[in-house]
Design a protein around this ligand. Sequence first.
Ligand SMILES: Nc1ncnc2c1ncn2[C@@H]1O[C@H](COP(=O)(O)OP(=O)(O)OP(=O)(O)O)[C@@H](O)[C@H]1O
Length: 231
Amino acid sequence: MSAIVEARGLTRTLPLDPPVTLVDDASFAIAPGSFTAIVGPSGCGKSSLLYLLGMLDRPDDGTLLIEGRDTTPLSGDARARLRLERFGFIFQFHFLLPELTALENVSLPMRRLGRLDRHAARDRAHMLLSELGIGEKTAKLPGHLSGGERQRVAIARALANDPVLILADEPTGSLDSVNSQRVVDTLHQVAGEQGRAVVCVTHDGAIAANADARIEMLDGHIVAGGTMAAS
Ligand SMILES: Nc1ncnc2c1ncn2[C@@H]1O[C@H](COP(=O)(O)OP(=O)(O)OP(=O)(O)O)[C@@H](O)[C@H]1O
């Protein structure tokens, strides 16, 4: 089965004096249906690699293929469109809009993509929130939800446009162990659905131990787990 995302020699260096290399020559492939953990000590480049994978940042060298398509020549607008269509993001801090209800927050990416009208987007948001066990909280503002509930709304929002890849950066970093487990279980479930994949930056040993694959980083390098994908 072909990779959802393939990194070939991704390198990112900040043009500082002296230059700071965040990610150096990273190569690996993410298979459909997999849950991959990116692990390593603080400051080793995990988030930087995730941002490159999610096209939130551009590599200085190397190639990123999304579903076999080289993203190098794409304009900023084309990259933004591809992100909206194919990726979902979850961060440690939920980044929900505080003045919008849970339902409206989840509807927003669908309205931005423009494939569903307002009613259809709301119906889908309702379904996603219900599937994540918070169907009764749809009318709540984020400020009236618990940390775990907010993160589940963020997962629903990440799933809104039926992405092929979910990118998560320390998604359980601000949760207690019960909520953390729930979020992890949900992400595993998501990874198993419809050929989707999850890539998760984490310091949590249990998340890493239960992942299908691990990418271990040190000082910007992949030191274990990154495999050169067959071309
Ligand atoms: N804009 C910047 N200017 C200077 N250094 C930066 C900048 N952004 C990142 N860095 C450095 O690049 C390195 C990689 O950062 P990154 O956030 O990717 O690491 P990380 O492994 O995700 O860390 P953590 O686990 O603490 O979140 C770190 O040493 C960081 O200090």
